[in-house]
Design a protein around this ligand. Structure first.
Ligand code: TYD
Ligand code: MG
Length: 481
């Protein structure tokens, strides 16, 4: 019997410690450290301790450690094509998902899709199941199993009807017992397995109820072994909840190969699929979808989705400026709104921008550009609830504040790119050309950039777009206002 030791895992961030702490030393939340018994994985990967019922799970364990042999690099290289092979996901929707995954679905991978309840995880995975089952790449339909412990078969069929899935080879199964699930699906040899959700499944013999930390961790480990052994990719849904008694998928992030988050705002139909961990690709990618009447649709030109209707309309308002940000390999336009208001009390409200960054930009505007902002309450907002983390947006923030303060509207065909230094100077940011290109493609007439980038950009040339270089904030104000 393998040795086991007691560790404490933070339910919120997954931080592990050998000692219990009242406050997580990583994320600083109180009362989130939960006791967890870690099995000795050294003993040939044998499941023991915690009384895990071994019969079904054992068959998915790797072979004994002694069975594997060191391989010659050259031999491995020859197998590389085979190793790099991925299950392709064709179509507009499929390629958007495939791009986020790093080019397709890796056989034997374990993928966790997290997201708030109701954001569209079940819809997303049912659509992915349909694409894989359709088997366009191999010219025939192949089974994919969708297991739900969340919903009845009827509910899944209703959803499939709604998104018009007519693939014959999708198998639905309603179960929460991992041993039962793996045992039942094995004879089908599916091309992929989907589990909706990790919080509803359990392994007999492990303490705790389904959704509890130890169940969630044990089930995920069993699925990982299953995926590696059978080469069947497993896609797991995980709810992100704030309540203490359900283990958040964050705890699982270091077990699985890929973690994707499906995100969306309450009042928006847009959904973002973001990799936060990917053993097979970059985490810089971003998938953009729209939830429609018939499921998720890929948004192929996402540049404008973060702009408000006022901005895109004909009326020109004060206090609006457009930044160009990069997310993964793609650039987006982001609208910054500012309001400077004089009143009895002076305060500051910042939404979607780091408070310290906003403070710095406001101070620089006062000190280096001579704006008399002292008497003003300043409100800053980034449209669509996106959080601006790039310094490339500094200039647009400053421009929006200037526009409101000077009550001078910025024409809605002007975009701003640049980082602001403490001396009020403009600094260039990575991937200028790509950003400016997006601005040009969307029919903008003018783009304000740091002086240092102007020369290079003028050699590239952008049709219909005037690229103006400024070395500091004063010059920007002179040019635009
Ligand atoms: P769902 O996939 O059930 O979310 P999750 O599994 O993350 O809890 O979908 C949630 C919402 O999406 C639901 O409120 C209805 C909406 N929806 C559509 O707008 N169009 C559709 O085609 C489908 C299937 C769902
Ligand atoms: Mg669901």
């Amino acid at each position: 019997k393998g040795k086991s030791k007691i560790i404490y895992v933070c339910e919120n961030c997954g931080y592990e410690d050998g000692q219990w702490w009242g406050i997580c030393r990583e994320c600083r939340l109180a009362g989130t450290m939960k006791q967890f018994i870690e099995r000795d994985v050294g003993s040939a990967g044998k499941v023991s301790g915690m009384g895990v019922s071994e019969n079904a799970v054992r068959s998915w364990l790797p072979q004994k450690v002694g069975d594997a042999q060191p391989l010659k690099l050259k031999d491995v290289n020859q197998k590389m094509d085979q190793l790099n092979w991925r299950i392709p996901l064709p179509g507009l929707f499929g390629s958007e998902v495939a791009r986020v995954l790093g080019g397709g679905l890796v056989p034997g991978s374990l993928i966790l899709v997290g997201g708030d309840p109701g954001v569209g995880k079940s819809t997303l995975l049912l659509q992915i199941a349909a694409i894989i089952a359709e088997g366009q790449d191999i010219g025939k339909q192949t089974p994919v199993v969708y297991v739900s412990g969340e919903e009845s078969i009827e509910q899944i069929v209703n959803r499939a009807d709604r998104i018009r899935i007519g693939v014959e080879e999708i198998f639905l199964y309603s179960s929460t017992d991992i041993e039962d699930i793996l045992g039942k699906i094995q004879p089908l040899f599916p091309r992929a397995l989907i589990i909706d959700s990790i919080q509803t499944v359990y392994i007999q013999g492990v303490t705790g109820s389904a959704g509890g930390l130890s169940q969630v961790k044990e089930c995920t480990s069993a699925l990982l072994r299953f995926a590696k052994k059978t080469k069947i990719p497993v896609l797991l849904i995980g709810h992100v909840t704030k309540s203490g008694d359900i283990a958040g998928p964050r705890v699982l992030e270091h077990i699985v190969d890929v973690v994707l988050y499906l995100e969306g705002e309450k009042h928006s139909t847009h959904r973002l699929l973001r990799p936060v961990k990917n053993r097979f690709g970059s985490t810089d990618e971003l998938g953009v979808f729209e939830m429609s009447q018939s499921g998720l649709q890929a948004v192929s030109n996402p540049s404008e989705i973060f702009l408000s209707e006022q901005y895109l309309g004909s009326e020109i308002l004060v206090g609006l400026a457009v930044a160009v940000i990069m997310d993964g390999s793609r650039s987006f336009l982001l609208e910054i709104q500012a309001l400077c208001a004089t009143g009895s009390s002076v305060s500051r409200h910042v939404n979607g921008v780091q408070a310290s960054r906003a403070d710095m930009i406001i101070s620089v505007l006062k000190k280096q550009a001579g704006l008399m902002l002292q008497e003003n309450s300043i409100f800053l907002n980034v449209v669509s609830g996106v959080t601006l983390t790039e310094t490339a947006g500094d200039l647009a923030i400053a421009a929006a504040i200037c526009s409101s303060f000077l009550e001078f509207p910025i024409p809605n065909n002007v975009a701003f790119i640049g980082e602001i230094g403490l001396g009020g100077e403009l600094r260039t940011v990575p991937r200028m050309e790509k950003r400016v290109n997006t601005v040009a493609k969307l029919g903008y007439k003018m783009c304000i950039v740091p002086k240092s980038a102007e020369k290079y950009l003028s050699t590239v040339g952008f049709e219909g777009l005037k690229v103006i270089g400024c070395s500091n904030l004063r010059q920007v104000i002179d040019t635009v206002f």
